[in-house]
Design a binder for this molecule. Structure first.
Ligand SMILES: Nc1ncnc2c1ncn2[C@@H]1O[C@H](COP(=O)(O)OP(=O)(O)O)[C@@H](O)[C@H]1O
Ligand SMILES: [Mg+2]
Length: 595
């Protein structure tokens, strides 16, 4: 059907009683066509996402770790690519009508009807929202154009029951585990499975003996496909003892000695660390992400929904869930944004809600001395962290554009600060505040504050982990740049992580140097260095200024991590990084390992 202009031979138009009906049918069919076009691009996106995800199994079997890292990076680029293809497509087919807000509101309803019964409907809604955002950029968020909280709430519960495979008890635990491990997609490559079954059975029996007596193991339920990440494959499931269940995660490794289960994790805390916001996203093929997220939440009740989606690689939908949680939280608690606790940054203005574990970071218009970086460079650093392995030590930052809140959601002194330091990004209009760009991160306790609050024992533990964090990052070819305590934080699980990225760079980009000996007294006492310093020069001796900590914690730190002050240490790590070997720092304690 064409809908071009109709030319009449006569100058007086001939009345056509069917015209309004025909026009509306034309419009309807265009809307339906457009809705289906978006669905099909979303389908193509999901197909490509699966294709890349599916490669993980073969990479793990071949120990092709570099290939795995390429896949991870490739998968992160897909979303933006497909959204932009979709927008181009629509612009071609809808022409001038593309920017018509009224059209999008009908389109959304048509799309909802098309997507409603999908197993991944929530992701499909988020995809639509991304497309609308691109298309209606100039118009801003219009009511009725996006899928909002109400629409997500209205979704029926997921109906896929295929999340878990059940291995009933009533036999020896070892026999059960032999069957379970035998069903894994590793075939002959997994020669040691009987030995593993025996070791795991012993561990689980110990764990069960520790729990309340009486309850026998009824079954082990497990997600049939492993969750892949870096050099690990994780079997995720639970132990079922009647009403009671315990999480069960079996991390697997594959090295020169072969393929094997490396550890047994059976507490919510242990599992939560595996699914941490400081790790790269898993590669696991799913039909129904919602059903999987529901299951994961039953294992880790404290983990926010958005982080679970994100951990599975659905970080865009993770953002949807984060905003939903944020808005609901603000309403329920009548909460207001306030300046974040801790030392203020030179680059970022940081704020938070007192009762939600999220911080909001806005790049300031200008950076105080001695910072010489630009806004674009800061964004590049945050992107670098986004695409790289975060090795359990870097907080994942999600990027948002164009968020709007009521003015009274901001404490007055915060709004004052934002308007003074971030006027290019924070716009106020009547009683609305528009934030053009920001990052969100999980809120942790800044290490400088933490050390003031805790007793000596905890302080020693924290500073040792602080040194270990710097070393873990170095092993992954990352140099934090700014090592001050205030740029590190402590998670709920007591792990020390880093969150200030504007000076972060690859270890292999740095030039680690000794400070040259002074030639004379003038050199020694001059305020300026007496030797020339290149842009990438780093002098580990200078770290003494901030790695020297008072008291017992300081002594403990120097005893374990004094090598951080030496050029040899950094050059050695640099050489390792240059070899291009992929390092994986496993997310569990040595005591959980089987061997
Ligand atoms: N994830 C976080 N959790 C808790 N506080 C944070 C977090 N990120 C930043 N902050 C607080 O905000 C301050 C400034 O943030 P930072 O990322 O260090 O930016 P800058 O580069 O400007 O120093 C930090 O010193 C800390 O007190
Ligand atoms: Mg800082």
């Amino acid at each position: 059907m064409t809908d071009g202009p109709i030319y009449h031979m006569s100058s007086t138009p001939i009345p056509d009683p069917g015209a309004p009906l025909r026009d509306s049918l034309v419009r309807q069919s265009r809307v339906l066509e457009a809705a289906r076009a978006i669905v099909s691009v979303f389908d193509a996106y999901q197909a490509q996402f699966r294709l890349v995800t599916r490669r993980a199994e073969a990479r793990f079997l071949r120990r092709d770790w570099q290939g795995g890292q390429q896949d991870a990076a490739e998968r992160l680029t897909l979303y933006r690519q497909f959204v932009s293809w979709c927008v181009q497509d629509l612009r071609r087919s809808l022409g001038d009508a593309t920017g018509d807000v009224a059209l999008w509101s009908v389109l959304r309803q048509a799309y909802a009807r098309e997507a409603m019964t999908r197993l991944d409907v929530e992701l499909a809604y988020t995809f639509f929202n991304s497309v609308v955002r691109q298309v209606l950029k100039a118009s801003g968020p219009e009511a009725g154009v996006y899928f909002d909280d109400r629409e997500f709430q209205r979704l029926p519960p997921p109906f896929s029951s295929q999340v878990l495979r059940r291995y009933p008890g009533g036999r020896s635990l070892e026999a059960l585990l032999r069957e379970l491990l035998g069903d894994l997609p590793f075939g002959a490559a997994y020669a040691g499975r009987d030995e593993d079954a025996a070791l795991i059975a012993r561990r689980i029996a110990e764990e069960l003996a520790r729990g309340p007596g009486g309850a026998a193991l009824e079954a082990i339920e497990i997600v049939p496909t492993p969750f892949y990440r870096n050099k690990g494959a994780y079997l995720v499931g639970r132990l079922v003892m009647g009403e009671r269940t315990l999480p069960l995660v079996l991390p697997m490794v594959h090295d020169e000695r072969g393929l094997r289960v490396d550890a047994v994790l059976s507490t919510a805390d242990d599992v939560s660390v595996v699914f941490s916001f400081t790790r790269s996203y898993f590669h696991v093929e799913l039909d129904c992400p919602r059903a999987m997220v529901d299951f994961l939440r039953s294992l880790m009740p404290r983990k926010p929904l958005d982080e679970l989606y994100t951990s599975l690689g659905y970080h865009k939908h993770g953002k949807t869930e984060l905003v939903r949680a944020l808005l609901r939280h603000m309403e329920a608690h009548d909460a207001r944004f306030e300046v974040a606790e801790g030392d203020k940054g030179l680059v970022m203005a940081v704020f938070a809600l007192p009762t939600l574990n999220v911080v909001f970071k806005i790049i300031k218009d200008r950076f105080g001395p001695p910072k010489q970086t630009t806004r674009q460079q800061v964004m590049d650093k945050y992107n670098l962290v986004f695409v790289r392995d975060r090795v359990g030590r870097l907080a994942d930052a999600q990027e948002f554009e164009g968020l709007a809140f009521a003015r009274d959601s901001f404490a007055p002194e915060l709004l004052e600060e934002l308007r003074a330091d971030c006027a290019n990004t924070v716009l106020t209009d009547g009683d609305r505040v528009f934030l053009r760009h920001l990052y969100t991160e999980r809120r942790v306790i800044p290490l400088n504050l933490y050390l003031r609050q805790v007793d000596e024992l905890h302080a020693v533990e924290a500073v040792l982990d602080y040194g270990q964090a710097i070393k873990d990052l170095a092993a992954a070819n990352i140099f934090t740049g700014d090592m001050l305590l205030k740029n590190f934080g402590v998670t709920r699980h007591g792990r020390v992580i880093f969150y200030d990225y504007d000076e972060l760079c690859l270890l292999t980009e740095c030039n680690f140097r000794e400070i040259p000996a002074a030639r004379n007294d003038d050199d020694e006492y001059s305020a300026e260095p007496w030797f020339s310093v290149g842009e990438h020069d780093v002098f580990p001796e200078e770290f003494r200024a901030f790695l020297t900590l008072p008291g017992r914690p300081g002594q403990a730190f120097m005893a374990s991590h004094g090598d951080l002050l030496t050029v040899e240490y950094w050059r050695r790590m640099q050489q390792l990084a240059e070899k291009g070997e992929v390092v994986d720092i496993f997310p569990y304690r040595p005591s959980r390992r089987l061997r």
